[in-house]
Ligand binder design. Structure first.
Ligand code: MEV
Length: 443
């Protein structure tokens, strides 16, 4: 791509002009324009939504929209929508969901739905006087932002607490107003950020009008929610009698499986290299549900990994407990999700996902996403500690390679048979298909 010059005013071009400009840097501009256009949705209203969600849109980027059936969560059966590009994730979630549905399903709960945000500021006046004023200042701030919070209060949410925190011993003059929110069934990012910015204005006014203070002693730095939603925690677990794990894999005894599984979790709890991959396996399931329902998976990722390190060391998000006769596997993690607002209803497929889930509230969606995380974690550890992960992955890999070479049904069947005993590689599959096709041509 020979795009070495600075492009000015790109965002002001029409979508069509943007496609043309980007394509003009490539070897086949018209083919590229056609290709990009072929992915545009035929319905103009959907195209309008997609190009308005983001900026500088030149096409739409499809990902598979999948479902994993048989998620029994608190005695309710869910069909779980999952958007992911990783081939084995949905198969793994489905197989673990079915396995646990036959053993009582997932038990889940949500501690609280509380979110938080911070107004970071410098205060160059008398620190002790500011702290002494907290009790009078907080009600003033609450009153000031009442016009912003009243609608959320009608929906059962609003501001729960505003706390003044003094960090001036770490950074000169640095304070925070640490604000906790209930955003009801919304993720609430816009609400939280708007409140925090308004609180900065309220603070300035309070200092300007209160004797002994001056507004210019106050320097607001940042008003932003925190993705470390450490009070918005979802818990999910599965459990069964040890004997119910019998024959979980060919030739593997229940007690040996449980012991090896628990060891795998213990290792992820102790070793950061393993913990990172282990938790990635959890996020395979969680993110796929979050994407499918139009929530912000980067926010949940960031919060999850911070939570995994809450002890000062990065650890497994899941826990396993094995006794003489019982097996329990559980996951607790922050999960600030919404089922109203944002993309959840705007994106046509996010809305469909919520329909498929039976219109869950935010807490129910948190439990579903966490169950998908635990299911994927269970499936990964089950494979890793028994047959190994590659057998399943290679089956998917084979399917992808066959698709790439446009294998027909017969060729795919013969290839699956042949590669059930042979190592799958791109080269080997290509050679196998060439042989089949030559034989067919010569016969
Ligand atoms: C692959 O996407 C996820 C795994 O690596 C997770 C794990 O190792 O636990 C299989």
């Amino acid at each position: 791509m020979e795009n070495q010059r600075i492009i000015k005013g790109f965002s002001k071009l029409s979508e069509q002009e943007k496609r043309q400009l980007v394509s003009s840097f490539l070897s086949s501009p018209q083919l590229t324009v056609n290709h990009l256009e072929s992915f545009l949705h035929p319905d103009p209203s959907v195209r309008h939504i997609l190009s308005n969600i983001s900026e500088n849109t030149i096409s739409a980027y499809p990902l598979p929209f999948n479902v994993a059936p048989n998620f029994l969560i608190n005695d309710t059966m869910y069909m779980v929508p999952m958007v992911t590009e990783e081939s084995s994730v949905v198969a793994a979630a489905s197989s673990a969901a079915r396995f646990w549905a036959e053993r009582g399903g997932f038990k889940a709960s949500v501690g609280s739905n509380t979110k938080n945000g911070q107004l970071h500021f410098l205060y160059k006046g008398d620190h002790a006087r500011l702290k002494a004023a907290e009790a009078a200042m907080i009600p003033f701030l609450r009153e000031y932002i009442q016009p912003l919070t009243q609608n959320m209060e009608k929906r059962g949410g609003g501001i729960l607490q505003i706390e003044l925190k003094d960090f001036s011993d770490t950074i000169d003059h640095y304070f925070q107003l640490f604000v906790t929110f209930n955003t009801s069934d919304a993720m609430g990012a816009n609400f939280i950020n708007s409140c925090l910015e308004e609180i900065a204005g309220a603070m300035e006014q309070y200092l300007a009008q209160t004797p002994g203070f001056a507004a210019d002693e106050f320097e607001p730095l940042m008003a932003i929610l925190s993705n470390y939603a450490d009070q918005c925690i979802v818990h999910v677990s599965v459990s069964c009698g040890l004997s119910e794990l019998e024959a979980i894999a060919p030739g593997v005894k229940a007690d040996a499986f449980a012991r090896r599984f628990a060891l795998a979790v213990q290792i992820a709890n102790e070793d950061v290299y393993r913990a990172t991959t282990h938790n990635k396996g959890i996020m395979n399931g969680v993110d796929a549900v979050i994407l499918a329902t139009g929530n912000d998976f980067r926010a949940i990722e960031a919060g999850a990994h911070a939570y995994a390190a809450k002890s000062g060391k990065y650890r497994s998000l899941s826990r396993a407990r094995v006794t003489d006769d019982a097996f329990r596997f559980s996951l607790s993690m922050p999960m600030a999700l919404g089922t109203v607002g944002g993309l959840t209803r705007l994106h046509p497929l996010a809305a469909t996902s919520l329909d498929i889930l039976g219109h869950p509230d935010a807490s129910q969606l948190m439990m579903v996403a966490a169950a998908a995380g635990l299911a994927n974690n269970f499936a990964a550890l089950r494979s890793l500690t028994t047959s190994g992960i590659q057998a399943g992955h290679m089956r998917m890999h084979l399917a992808n390679i066959l698709m790439q070479f446009q294998a027909d049904d017969d060729e795919a069947r013969l290839a699956r048979e042949y590669f059930s005993k042979q190592k799958v590689s791109h080269q080997a599959v290509k050679a196998f298909l060439n042989r089949l096709r030559e034989n067919k041509a010569n016969s």
